[in-house]
Design a protein around this ligand. Structure first.
Ligand SMILES: [Zn+2]
Length: 72
C-alpha cells in the first residue's frame, strides 16, 4: 500500500479542520469522507482534530460566532 502522506496532507488537513468543526461545504465534506476511507494519515488527523474540537467547544461557548467568521 503506497504511502501518500505528503501528497494529500496540506490540502486535506485544511479541510479536516473545517470538517470536524462542521463548517465544511457539504460537497467538500462528502469528498473528504470518501478520501478518509483510504487515507490512514487523514483518519488519524481527523481523530486528533475531533478531540481538539471537542475540547474547544467545551471551553469556548460561542463557537458559533467563530463559524460565521469562516463565511467569506
Ligand atoms: Zn489524506
Amino acid at each position: 500500500m503506497p504511502h501518500r502522506a505528503t501528497g494529500c496532507a496540506a490540502e486535506h488537513r485544511e479541510s479536516l479542520g473545517a470538517y470536524v468543526l462542521g463548517v465544511l461545504d457539504v460537497a467538500e465534506a462528502a469528498a473528504l469522507r470518501a478520501h478518509l476511507v483510504g487515507c490512514g494519515a487523514c483518519q488519524a488527523e481527523r481523530r486528533e482534530l475531533a478531540a481538539v474540537a471537542y475540547l474547544l467547544s467545551a471551553a469556548v461557548p460561542d463557537l458559533a460566532a467563530a463559524r460565521s467568521l469562516r463565511e467569506e
